[in-house]
Structures are given as C-alpha cells and as structure tokens.
Write a protein that binds this ligand. Structure first.
Ligand code: KG4
Ligand code: ZN
Length: 332
C-alpha cells in the first residue's frame, strides 16, 4: 500500500460503535460495527447512559479489528475523521476521546465531522460519484429533511420536521405494536404482509416542504388504544404508507422548485423497502436520476464519516474533535 491514503472513520453518535477505513474514491477497505441492539431492546429505545458505557468497552477493539482486517497501520492514515455531532453527548465523547488520543499517539490529524454530512455522502460509497446538483432526502432516527446540494460543500436545507422525525415515528409505532428494537426494520418487514387499510393522517401533505409526524404517531396510539380492528400487519402497512405518501409528495414538490439532476435518499429510513420503491416513481416522473444509499450504508456507519472527512480536507475545513450535541447539516 502507498502510504497515508486512507481515512479512519469513527462513528459513536448514538447506539452503535462503527469504524471504517475509506480511500478518497469511496472504496471501503474495511468496515466494522459493534451493535448495541441487545442492550437497548428492553427499553424500546436507546438508553443513553448504557450506550456510552458500551461504546467505552467496544471502541478500541473495534478500531483495532478494522485496521487488522485491512492489514493497515497508522502510517496508512491521512487522517482520522470522527463524528463530533449531532448526537448523544456521552456517546459522542467516547469516539472523540479515542480519536484524539490515537491521533496524538500516532501523529495523525483528527477532524471532527458533522454526522449529517456523513449521511449525505453515504450514497457515494463504493459507487460512481453522484451527479450534482442534487435534491437530498435525509431520513433517519434523528432527522427528516430535504436539502439542495449544489456541490459537496454548498448545501442548503429546504425543509425539515417541526416535531418528530419519521424514524422516531416508526420506532414509537413499533413499540406500540411490541415489535422490539430497533423498530423501523421490524415495521418494514411486518408491513409487507399487510394492506394499508387504515386511513391514518398525512400531516402537511398539501403544504410546503416542512414535515410533522407527531400527529400521525398520536393517531396510531389512539387507534391501538381503542382496540384496533386491523391486524398488526395492516397497521404497520398503513403507517408506512402514510409516511411514504408524505415523503414522496414533499420530495416531488421540492424537485419542482430547485435545479437538480439527481434525487438522493440517505439515512436509516432510506433502507425502508416501501420508500425505496416509491422514490423510483418520484424520480422517474421528475426526470432525474435516483441514487439510494446502499442499505448497508443507509444506517449509521463509519465509512460515511470517513468519506465526508475527505471532503473536509479538500475544502481546507478541519474542525477539532470537540462534541456538539446539536449541529445543522449546513455547517461543516
Ligand atoms: O441513520 P440512522 O441509523 O441513525 C440516526 O442517525 O438516527 O437511522 C436510524 C433510524 C431508526 O429510526 C430506524 O428504526 C430506522 O432508521 N430504520 C428503518 C429501517 N431501517 C432503519 N426504518 C424503516 N425501515 C427500515 N428498513
Ligand atoms: Zn445517522
């Protein structure tokens, strides 16, 4: 290997400790994740204190194993990119401290990366670079937003959620239906065996580019509490259909308003099969190319953080590894 041509990406903003080694062209040399699902399953959601403790236990072994898998060492690293926010501050600090310590010991620069900029680049991993300008739909556990990406560094938010994110709504509905944690993938699977027969609300579907999902969540809670007629499969399919209708309508509206040649969908909820299908239609109707984050890179991972770190270096932006619980997609 020629020296210093990889970035070590470290992601610990929420519940999984994820690490990867990525080259400038998006080639993933190794990727590794220590999952925490079993730790949080009993709570039906991420329990922050347990998440940070699990990160402490897994961070160094996960980094070591990633380097071993690629037969790589500190001499191969151009930089370490580590998520500095947004996220759970206790979880972030574990990744940030590990990165800062290793960077000092190895004499490798450490860059604090915006997690959302990582998601943004996830569709470029192990693929041809996306044609720009693009409209980005970012849907995750923490965020629901539409953004206009004119270049890799010029990004403007067009619409965002006024309350819950769509992933949060899926997770809460999954909890109402006792589907375990994380709820989104379980809801996705269940919905495949049900008809979308319950007419749940489609909040703000006629209005602008902002989202709201808390009313839909409450409507599902009321329906379930009142002794639902529909089966769990039908409820799952109906909730997903309502969310996908809203996401598709807003995405189509945004495509009518901005200059874009590509529609990009990223974030954990972009792994949802119903949403992936529907976006095919939205992109075709608008005459733009569709780039869905590969499902493997849609949920949180270290590779997207590493690829974003390459953009930071190119742009001469090197924020220090200092935690920021809140951070906008528009910031580096
Ligand atoms: O991007 P991500 O891994 O973490 C955040 O940055 O939040 O997204 C996690 C979210 C969770 O709400 C999870 O339930 C949802 O993505 N999710 C899904 C699917 N896979 C993950 N939602 C629906 N269908 C899926 N297949
Ligand atoms: Zn994420």
């Amino acid at each position: 290997m020629s020296g210093a041509d990889l970035i070590l990406g470290i992601e610990s903003s929420c519940d999984d400790t994820a690490v990867a080694l990525v080259a400038r062209d998006g080639t993933v040399r190794a990727a590794n994740v220590a999952r925490q699902d079993h730790i949080h399953a009993d709570f039906g959601g991420v329990y922050p204190e347990f998440a940070s403790r699990a990160h402490v236990a897994s961070i160094l072994p996960t980094i070591r194993e990633t380097l071993e898998r690629a037969s790589a060492g500190p001499e191969d690293l151009r930089a370490i990119g580590v998520t500095r926010g947004p996220g759970l501050i206790g979880s972030l600090l574990v990744g940030l401290n590990a990165a800062a310590g290793l960077g000092a010991a190895w004499d490798v620069p450490v860059i604090g990366i915006n997690h959302l900029r990582g998601h943004l680049r996830s569709a470029d991993l192990e693929a041809e670079p996306i044609a720009l300008p693009a409209l980005v739909l970012l849907v995750s556990g923490g965020h629901t937003l539409l953004a206009h990406m004119k270049s890799r560094t010029d990004i403007r938010i067009l619409g965002t959620t006024r309350d819950d994110s769509v992933g949060e709504a899926f997770d809460k509905v999954a909890r109402m239906l006792d589907l375990g944690f994380p709820g989104g993938p379980a809801l996705d699977r269940l919905a495949r065996d049900g008809a979308p027969s319950v007419p749940f609300p489609r909040p703000l579907i006629q209005d602008g580019l902002d989202f709201s999902f808390s009313g839909l969540k409450s409507a599902v809670a009321r329906y379930v509490e009142q002794g639902a007629d529909a089966s769990a499969e039908e409820i799952a399919a109906s909730v997903i259909a309502a969310c996908v209708d809203v996401l598709a309508a807003k995405t189509a509206r945004a495509l009518g308003q901005v200059d874009a040649v590509t529609l990009v969908a990223v974030g954990g909820v972009a792994a949802n099969s119903q949403l992936r299908d529907r976006l095919q239609t939205v992109a075709r109707d608008a005459g733009v190319a569709l780039r869905l984050a590969p499902t493997q890179w849609a949920t949180d991972n270290g590779a997207m953080v590493a690829l974003a770190a390459w953009d930071y270096i190119e742009a001469g932006q090197t924020p220090p590894p200092v935690g920021q619980a809140r951070l906008s997609l528009e910031e580096f």
